[in-house]
Design a protein around this ligand. Structure first.
Ligand code: GLP
Length: 249
């Protein structure tokens, strides 16, 4: 299902409301969380609603999608830092229920296996929030990642390093590798919300709309999911065919 809104603000309100509804309906929900600039206004809206409504998050469990290898939790560009800055520092979530891949793990393969196992031990993801890379990656699952993958180490593509280089002082500081939940981990979520906004996502959203399910476009794996919502602003949806736009909202 597509939901298309005029503005980023409306996209973020809608997405935050979906998260809030899930938390209210299922206080012990297991949430899969994402990072990236798309999610910043979503988390800002979510926090605002949560504070106004005094929502109890003490039973929630969270698993983040991915993390750069080689960045410590206190590095300002690590996803760990991002999540505390934008969400966790402002919520009363028990620390033992917050999970992020460890970009400094000494036994990285074991850490990957334990991460997927921990998701399963928690009962699986009730709702997975996703952004999308301009090359169609979800989490850090780059093109040609096997759709049966579990949490694993990836080498970031040149495109991803260029895109994400904007967050680093210079391109050469963008990490070359990351840990990401696998595509199968993501697909096993009971519900998935993919959010894309702005002109940098226009091309890939049009490509995704037309694409068959194909490992060359990681987000196309989501087309086989029974409970997927794709939330776009007008810019990201600009090249979708007219009939898709009409049936979207
Ligand atoms: C990174 C993350 C992805 C995210 C993507 C889009 O590469 N690993 O999970 O979806 O960026 O980020 P942005 O929202 O900044 O465009």
């Amino acid at each position: 299902m597509y939901k298309i809104f005029e503005t980023v603000d409306e996209v973020s309100r809608y997405t935050a409301q979906r998260l809030l509804d899930k938390i209210k309906a299922t206080p012990a929900a297991v949430l899969g969380l994402a990072t990236g600039s798309t999610m910043e206004p979503v988390y800002a809206q979510l926090l605002q609603h949560m504070q106004q409504l005094a929502v109890d998050v003490s039973q929630l469990t969270t698993f983040n999608l991915d993390e750069y290898i080689g960045l410590s939790a206190d590095h300002p560009q690590s996803y760990n830092f991002y999540m505390y800055q934008h969400l966790f520092n402002h919520l009363n979530l028990p620390a033992q229920r917050v999970h992020l891949p460890d970009g400094l793990a000494s036994h990285i393969e074991e850490a990957c296996q334990s991460y997927s196992a921990a998701i399963q031990a928690a009962g699986g993801l009730d709702l997975q929030l996703l952004g999308i890379g301009s090359n169609g990656h979800i989490g850090f699952n780059e093109p040609q990642t096997c759709f049966n993958s579990r949490t694993h180490v990836v080498e970031l593509s040149a495109q991803t390093r260029i895109d994400n280089g904007r967050f680093f002082a210079d391109q050469s500081q963008t990490p070359s590798h990351a840990i990401t939940m696998g595509i199968l981990d993501i697909l096993e979520a009971k519900e998935i919300i993919l959010v894309a906004t702005g002109p940098n996502k226009t091309q890939i959203m049009a490509q995704l709309y037309d694409s068959p399910i194909d490992e060359a476009l990681p987000a196309s794996a989501l087309k086989q999911h029974p409970n997927l919502t794709i939330v776009l602003d007008r810019e990201a949806a600009a090249l979708l065919p007219e009939h898709a736009l009409k049936s979207a909202v």
